[in-house]
Design a protein around this ligand. Structure first.
Ligand SMILES: Nc1ncnc2c1ncn2[C@@H]1O[C@H](COP(=O)(O)OP(=O)(O)O)[C@@H](O)[C@H]1O
Ligand code: SF4
Ligand SMILES: [Mg+2]
Length: 365
C-alpha cells in the first residue's frame, strides 16, 4: 500500500503517461503499472437500435480512464450492472475492448499478440466473486495448484511443484494437508483463499479482485480482505478491487473510483472521497453506509435515490445520473450537457463528473 497521497499534479500524470507511450519501457518510479484511457466495451443486444439499420447495444463501459501505480489499490465501486466486471475483464483482454487504450508496464495491451498475452496472463490475474465456479470440483486442491504451475513451466519437477503448492496454501492461511482435499470440502471463505492461492501461483504483479468477498458472510469478509491486504504488503501486489459496496473497499483502497452507467463519476484518494464526497451519486451511496464518524453525511443525512439504474441500452441524455439526481442545483442543462471528469479545486487530485461541482478546467481524465 502506498497511502492515499497520490495527489500528484494532473499535468505531471499526463506527461508520465505520454512517456510510457513514447518509450515503451516501464519505469515503476515514473509511470503507472496500468494506464487506461477512454476504454469502452459495447455488447450488441437483440432488438432494434434507435437508428434504422443499427442494432441496439449495451454501453457496458463507456469511456473509462484511470492510472494505477505499482503497489497501489484502486477500489472500483458502483451499483450492480454499472460496468465494473466488464472494465476488469476488458483491461486483461478476457473480453475484447470496443475502443480505448490500455498500457500495462508500458506495453500496449490491445496490440499484444499470443505470446505477449500469455505473459500478461501471468503478470495479471483475476479473483472472482464465486470461487467455487472457478475451481475444478474433480481435482484435489494440490493437483489444481500443481497443474497451474506445470502449465506455466514453474517450480521445476513434480516434487518441486508439490512443495510450492503447500507453500501457497500456507501463504493464504490454509494447511499443507488441505492439498489432498476437494473444493467441496471447504467453506466459502476457504474457497476464496483457494481462489487467491491459484491466482498467486503464477506470481502475478497485478490482480483484479472482482467482488472477492461479496458472496461471503460479513464475519468472513473482513478476514479475506485482511488476507489480501497482508499479501499486498508481503508481495508488493497492485489491486483493482471491485465491489458494489463502498464500505468493503474503504480499508483496502488508496484511491476509489465510483462508476455509474459505464462511466467513472468520481475518482480520488480514498480518505478524501469518504470524508468529503462531491458527486451527488457518491454522496448518495456513502449516505447509506453506516459510519462511526458521519462527517459530511451529518449535513445531508441519508439520501434515498429514486428509481432504478436506467438501461445502459438507452442511457439518459446529458448527465447519465440526471433522472435520479437529488442535487438542489440540478437544472435543465443537466439533461443536455454530458459532464466530463474534472479536477476539484480542493488540491486533493480528486476528479468529479458533475457540472454543478466547482472544478478547474484541467482536461485530464
Ligand atoms: N456478455 C454480455 N452481453 C450483453 N450484455 C452484457 C454482457 N456482459 C455484461 N453485460 C451488461 O453490461 C452491463 C455491465 O455489466 P457488468 O460489467 O457485469 O456490471 P457490474 O460488474 O458492475 O455488475 C450490464 O447492463 C450487463 O447486463
Ligand atoms: S450534472 Fe446535474 S444531474 Fe448530473 S450529477 Fe451534477 S447536478 Fe446531478
Ligand atoms: Mg460484476
Amino acid at each position: 500500500m502506498t497511502g492515499g497521497a497520490r495527489g500528484e499534479g494532473a499535468r505531471e500524470e499526463v506527461a508520465r503517461t505520454e512517456g510510457v507511450r513514447a518509450e515503451g519501457a516501464w519505469d515503476p518510479g515514473r509511470t503507472p503499472l496500468l494506464s487506461v484511457r477512454d476504454l469502452t466495451r459495447y455488447f450488441p443486444v437483440k432488438g432494434k437500435g434507435l437508428l434504422p439499420g443499427r442494432r441496439a447495444q449495451v454501453k457496458a463501459v463507456d469511456g473509462v480512464s484511470f492510472d494505477l501505480h505499482a503497489g497501489e489499490t484502486l477500489g472500483l465501486v458502483g451499483e450492480s450492472g454499472c460496468g465494473k466486471s466488464t472494465t476488469g475483464r476488458a483491461i486483461l483482454r478476457l473480453l475484447e475492448p470496443t475502443s480505448g487504450e490500455i498500457h500495462f508496464k508500458g506495453k500496449d495491451v490491445r496490440a499484444m499478440g499470443e505470446r505477449e498475452l500469455r505473459t500478461l496472463r501471468r503478470q495479471a490475474q483475476i479473483v472472482f466473486q464465486d470461487p467455487f465456479s472457478s475451481l475444478n470440483p474433480r481435482l484435489t486442491v494440490g493437483d489444481m495448484l500443481t497443474e497451474v504451475l506445470k502449465v506455466h513451466g514453474l517450480h521445476g519437477d513434480a516434487p518441486g511443484r508439490r512443495k510450492r503448492a503447500r507453500e501457497l496454501l500456507d501463504l493464504v492461511g490454509l494447511l499443507p494437508e488441505h492439498a489432498d482435499r476437494y473444493p467441496h470440502e471447504f467453506s466459502g471463505g476457504q474457497r476464496q483463499r483457494l481462489g487467491i492461492a491459484r491466482a498467486l501461483s503464477v506470481e502475478p504483479e497485478f490482480i483484479v479482485c472482482d467482488e472477492p468477498v461479496s458472496a461471503l458472510d460479513v464475519s468472513v469478509q473482513a478476514q479475506v480482505v485482511n488476507l489480501l491486504k497482508d499479501l499486498q504488503a508481503e508481495l508488493g501486489l497492485t489491486y483493482l478491487f471491485i465491489a458494489h459496496d463502498l464500505a468493503v473497499v474503504e480499508h483496502v483502497s488508496d484511491r476509489v473510483a465510483v462508476m455509474y452507467l459505464g462511466r467513472i463519476v468520481e475518482i480520488g484518494p480514498a480518505e478524501v472521497l469518504y470524508r468529503d464526497p462531491r458527486h451527488p451519486y457518491t454522496r448518495a451511496l456513502l449516505s447509506a453506509v453506516p459510519r462511526p464518524d458521519p462527517g459530511r453525511r451529518g449535513e445531508t443525512g441519508r439520501i434515498v435515490l429514486e428509481g432504478d439504474v436506467p438501461s445502459p441500452v438507452d442511457p439518459p441524455s446529458g448527465c447519465p445520473f440526471h433522472p435520479r439526481c437529488w442535487h438542489p442545483d440540478r437544472d435543465a442543462s443537466c439533461s443536455r450537457i454530458v459532464p466530463t471528469l474534472e479536477t476539484t479545486l480542493d488540491g486533493t487530485g480528486r476528479r468529479v463528473a458533475c457540472t454543478k461541482v466547482a472544478t478547474s478546467s484541467d482536461p485530464h481524465p
